[in-house]
Design a protein around this ligand. Structure first.
Ligand code: ADP
Length: 817
C-alpha cells in the first residue's frame, strides 16, 4: 500500500515538480527578455515549452504546467504589488489560461496533424502555426481578465496588453516548440535505432567552417540592424535560407532562436531599427518580425525536407527499377542462352541425322554411277537405274534443303565468298540447265551482257544453288515455249579502290505462271501451289531457301507472273570484281571417260565404311587406277608408307585415328608432305570443310560422291589427260551439240578461207570482242553470210570460245579438204 503510494508520488509528483521548475525557470528568462526589463516579454518561451512537453509526454504532465504557470505569474505580481491575495487570484486565472491554452493546442495538433512529423511538410507547418495562433488567444484572455479583476491592469490597457500577451505566446510557441520537438525527435530516433557509426563520412571541418562563416555574418547583420538601428533586418532572410538549404531542420530551429535573440537584444538595448516612440509600437514590430521569419523559415525547411524525401523516394524507385531491369536482363539472357542451347541441339540433331542419311545415300548414288558406266545394261536396267538415281537425288535434295533452311533459321548459314571466273561459272550453269530444257523440248536461250566482269568475288556454291533452283523451276513449270536466262550489268562503280558491279539476274519462262494469291505463298517453306502432279517433283523449300540466300548476299528476289503466260524471277547483286580467279576445269560432260593417258596412278582411299570405299573403287578401277583401301587413319598411314600413293582420299570421322590427325601427321612428315589429299565427308557443316582444308587437305569432296566432281579433282591434282569412250547410243545429251554442229556445217554458208583463217586465229587468241565486230562486218558485207555471222555472234555473245573454235575449225577443215 505504502509502496504503491510511493510509486504514485514518484510517477506523478516528481515529473510535476520537475516540469513546474522548468516552466518557472523559462518564465524567469522571459522576464529578462521583457521590454523594458521586467515588464512585457516579446517572446514568452514557457508557452512553447508547455506545448512541446504535452506533445512529448501527454496530458499527465498538465499539473506541472499549471503549477509552473501559477508560481511564475503570482510571484512577480506579489513582488511588484505586495498584495499576496490579489496576486494569487490573478495567478490562478493566468495559470488556468496557460494550461487550457497548452491543452487545447496539444489536442488540436494531435487531431489535425497526428503523432509526429509536425514540421516535415509545409501543410503540417501551416496547420501547426494556425492552431497555435488560435489557441494562444486563450491564455491572454484568461490572464488579462484576471489581472483586470484584480486591478493589476486598467481597462484602458486591456486591449494592447492582450495583444502583446498573445503575440508573445505565439512567438514563444513558434520558436521554442519546434526547437524542442525537432531535437528530441532526433534523440528519440537514436535511442530507438541504437547508436550507429556514421558510414557516410564527410570531413568535419567543412560544415564547421560554413557554420562559422554563417554565425559571423549573423553577428554582422545583427550589429548593424539591431546595434546601430539601420533597417537591414531583411539581410537575415538570405542567411536563414542558406541555413535551411545547407544545415537541415535542427540547425534551422537554433538559427531562428539566435536571430530572434539578436533582434530582442537590440530591442532591449533600445538600438533596434524597430524602436519607435511608443513602446507598444516597438514591441508589435519586433513580434511581427519574429513571427514572420519563424513561420517563413519553418515552411521553407519543411519544403526542403519534402523535396529531399521526394528525391530519396525517387532514388529508391530508381534503385528498384534498376534491380528490376537487371532481373529482367538476367532472365532474358538466361532464356536466350536456353534458346541457343536448344537451337544448338536442333542443329546438331539435324547435322547428325543428315550425316547418317547421306552415308547410305553415298552407297546408293555411288553404285548407280558405277553401274551406269557398264556397257552391258539393257534398256530396262538403264530405266531402273534412272529411277534409283532420281529417287536418291530427290532424297538428297530434301536433306540438303531441310538443313539449309534450319541453318538459315538458326542464322548459322555462312557465306564463303571466293574469287570466281564468273563467265565460266555462268557457262557451267547454262550447260546443266540447257540439257534439261533440251530434254523437255524447250528452247533455252541466254544472254550474257558482254560487259560483265570476267571474275567476281562471291560464294560460288550458293550462287549456283540459287540460279539452278530458279532455272530448274522455270523448266519444270514450263511445258511449251522457252526459258530465258539473262545476266546484265546494271552499273559499275569504283569504291575505295575496288570495283563493284551491280548485276541483274533474270529467269523468264513461258510456263504455267502463278496466280496473284499464290504469289504470296510461294516463298513460304513447304508451300507448293498449282497442280499436284508437279508437286511430287519438288520439296516446296527451294524458293524459301533461294530467297534467303539472295538476302544474305545483299539482294532481294522478286517475281512477276501471269497465270498461263509465264513467270519472271529476278534479283540484283552487287559483286566486287575479282582478279585472282582460276578457271574451273570442266569435263566434257557429254562424253564418257574410259581411261587416262600415261602410267597407272595409285589412289589410297581411307574410310571406315566399306560401302564408301567400294563406291570409289568401283568408279576408279575400271578407268585404270590402282585403288588401295584402308579402314582408318592408322592403317591408312601404314599404307601410305608402304605404297606411296599419288593421291589420298580420306574420310574425316573414323575410329582409332581420324582424318584430321592423319592429315596432320602427313603434313608434318618431310617425306610424305607432298602427297595430294582430298578430304571427303558427309558432314554438312561448311565449317568442317574449311577445317579440313586448314588441317592440310588440298580439296574437299562432299558425300554422296559425284563421279564428275571426283574426276575433276583427279584431273587437277594428278595432271591427267582423259581418254573418252565412243559415245554410247542411249545417252541422249552426248551427241546433241555435235549433231547441231554437223547439220549447221552443211546449211550455213561460210566466208572465204582467208577470212575463216583470220577468224580462227582470233578465236584461238580468245578475242571475243574482235570476233563479234568481225561477225557484224560480215553480216553487212554479204547477205548470204548473215546466218553464219549470226551464229558466230551468238556464240561470241555467250563467250563459248571452245565452241567457236570447234565451229570455225569445222569449216576450215571442210574448205581445206
Ligand atoms: P518446289 O520444290 O515445289 O519447286 P519451290 O519453293 O522452288 O518448291 O517453289 C514453290 C512453288 O512455287 C512451286 O511448287 C510452284 O508452285 C511455284 N513456282 C516456283 N517457280 C515457278 C515458276 N517458274 N512457274 C510457276 N510456278 C512456280
Amino acid at each position: 500500500m505504502f509502496q504503491t503510494f510511493q510509486k504514485r508520488i514518484y510517477h506523478l509528483l516528481l515529473p510535476t515538480f520537475a516540469i513546474a521548475s522548468v516552466y518557472y525557470a523559462t518564465a524567469k528568462l522571459g522576464q529578462y527578455l521583457a521590454i523594458p526589463p521586467g515588464f512585457i516579454t516579446p517572446v514568452y518561451p514557457p508557452s512553447g515549452i508547455a506545448v512541446a512537453m504535452l506533445l512529448l509526454w501527454g496530458y499527465h504532465i498538465s499539473g506541472g504546467i499549471w503549477l509552473g504557470a501559477f508560481v511564475a505569474s503570482t510571484w512577480p505580481l506579489w513582488a511588484n504589488s505586495g498584495n499576496l491575495l490579489m496576486a494569487i487570484a490573478a495567478g490562478l486565472g493566468i495559470a488556468l489560461g496557460s494550461l487550457l491554452q497548452a491543452v487545447v493546442g496539444y489536442t488540436l495538433i494531435r487531431r489535425l496533424i497526428g503523432s509526429s512529423a509536425f514540421f516535415s511538410n509545409a501543410p503540417n507547418v501551416a496547420k501547426f502555426t494556425s492552431i497555435e495562433i488560435f489557441s494562444c488567444m486563450i491564455s491572454p484572455t484568461f490572464g488579462c481578465t484576471a489581472m483586470l479583476w484584480t486591478g493589476f491592469i486598467q481597462p484602458a490597457d486591456y486591449a494592447h496588453s492582450w495583444l502583446t500577451f498573445w503575440l508573445g505566446d505565439v512567438a514563444g510557441v513558434l520558436i521554442v516548440a519546434p526547437l524542442l520537438l525537432v531535437w528530441t525527435d532526433r534523440w528519440k530516433n537514436r535511442a530507438q535505432r541504437g547508436w550507429q557509426p556514421n558510414t557516410n563520412y564527410r570531413p568535419i571541418w567543412q560544415p564547421v567552417i560554413e557554420i562559422g562563416v554563417w554565425l559571423l555574418l549573423l553577428a554582422l547583420v545583427g550589429v548593424v540592424a539591431f546595434g546601430y538601428g539601420y533597417p537591414v533586418e531583411y539581410l537575415l532572410i538570405p542567411l536563414l535560407v542558406w541555413a535551411a538549404f545547407r544545415f537541415g531542420q535542427r540547425f534551422i530551429t537554433v538559427a531562428v532562436l539566435l536571430v530572434c535573440m539578436v533582434a530582442i537584444a537590440g530591442a532591449i538595448r533600445g538600438t533596434s531599427s524597430f524602436n519607435r516612440d511608443s513602446l507598444n509600437e516597438s514591441l508589435l514590430l519586433l513580434q511581427a518580425f519574429v513571427g514572420a521569419i519563424t513561420v517563413t523559415t519553418l515552411i521553407l525547411s519543411a519544403v526542403i525536407i519534402e523535396r529531399e524525401q521526394a528525391n530519396t523516394r525517387l532514388a529508391l524507385v530508381n534503385e528498384e527499377l534498376e534491380a528490376k531491369v537487371e532481373e529482367r536482363t538476367t532472365a532474358l539472357r538466361l532464356s536466350k542462352e536456353a534458346a541457343e542451347v536448344a537451337n544448338h541441339a536442333k542443329s546438331e540433331f539435324l547435322a547428325n541425322m543428315s550425316h547418317e542419311l547421306r552415308t547410305p545415300l553415298n552407297g546408293i548414288l555411288g553404285y548407280v554411277q558405277v553401274m551406269r558406266r557398264s556397257n552391258n545394261l539393257g534398256d530396262r536396267d538403264q530405266k531402273g537405274l534412272d529411277i534409283i538415281q532420281q529417287c536418291g537425288t530427290h532424297l538428297l535434295t530434301l536433306i540438303n534443303d531441310i538443313l539449309d533452311l534450319s541453318k538459315i533459321e538458326a542464322q548459322k548459314m555462312e557465306m564463303y565468298p571466293s574469287d570466281l571466273h564468273f563467265l565460266a561459272f555462268l557457262q557451267s550453269v547454262v550447260e546443266i540447265c540447257g540439257i534439261h530444257a533440251e530434254r523437255k523440248g524447250l528452247t533455252f536461250s541466254y544472254n550474257l551482257d558482254p560487259h560483265l566482269p570476267i571474275g567476281v568475288h562471291i560464294d560460288e556454291k550458293r550462287l549456283r544453288q540459287v540460279l539452278i533452283n530458279l532455272l530448274s523451276n522455270a523448266i519444270k513449270f514450263t511445258d511449251h515455249g522457252q526459258v530465258t536466262f539473262n545476266v546484265q550489268l546494271v552499273s559499275h562503280s569504283e569504291v575505295a579502290g575496288s570495283a563493284l558491279n551491280t548485276i541483274r539476274f533474270e529467269i523468264r519462262d513461258t510456263g504455267i505462271g502463278i496466280s496473284p494469291d499464290q504469289l504470296e505463298k510461294i516463298f513460304l517453306p513447304f508451300e507448293q501451289v498449282g497442280e499436284s502432279a508437279r508437286k511430287a517433283e519438288g520439296t516446296g523449300l527451294g524458293l524459301a531457301i533461294t530467297q534467303k540466300i539472295i538476302h544474305l548476299m545483299g539482294g532481294t528476289l522478286q517475281v512477276k507472273s501471269q497465270l498461263d503466260q509465264g513467270s519472271t524471277f529476278f534479283f540484283e547483286l552487287t559483286l566486287p570484281t575479282a582478279a585472282e580467279w582460276s578457271k574451273p576445269i570442266n569435263l566434257k560432260s557429254q562424253q564418257a571417260i574410259a581411261g587416262f593417258v600415261g602410267e597407272p596412278r595409285t589412289i589410297l582411299i581411307i574410310d571406315d565404311k566399306w560401302e564408301n570405299r567400294s563406291v570409289i573403287t568401283g568408279l576408279l578401277e575400271p578407268l585404270g587406277f590402282r585403288v588401295i583401301e584402308a579402314e582408318n587413319g592408322q592403317t591408312g598411314l601404314a599404307k601410305v608408307l608402304e605404297t606411296k600413293p599419288d593421291i589420298i582420299i580420306t574420310d574425316l570421322m573414323m575410329p582409332i585415328m581420324d582424318g584430321f590427325t592423319l592429315m596432320d601427321q602427313l603434313r608434318q612428315s618431310t617425306e610424305l608432305c607432298e602427297i595430294a589429299i582430298v578430304a571427303s565427308s558427309a558432314s554438312v557443316f561448311e565449317s568442317d570443310q574449311h577445317k579440313s582444308l586448314d588441317a592440310g587437305a588440298d580439296e574437299f569432296l562432299a558425300k554422296p560422291v559425284q563421279s564428275e566432281q571426283l574426276l575433276i579433282l583427279l584431273q587437277k591434282w594428278l595432271n591427267l589427260e582423259w581418254i573418252y569412250a565412243k559415245p554410247h547410243p542411249p545417252v541422249i545429251s552426248a551427241t546433241s551439240t555435235e549433231k547441231i554442229l554437223t547439220s549447221e556445217l552443211q546449211t550455213l554458208i561460210p566466208p572465204s578461207l582467208e577470212e575463216l583463217t583470220q577468224l580462227y586465229d582470233l578465236a584461238m587468241q580468245g578475242r571475243i570482242k574482235a570476233l563479234r565486230n568481225r561477225a557484224e562486218t560480215l553480216e553487212q558485207l554479204d547477205k548470204q553470210l548473215i546466218p553464219f555471222a549470226r551464229k558466230l555472234k551468238k556464240l561470241a555473245q555467250s563467250f563459248q570460245i571452245e565452241e567457236i573454235q570447234e565451229f570455225l575449225k569445222g569449216y576450215l577443215d571442210m574448205k581445206s579438204a
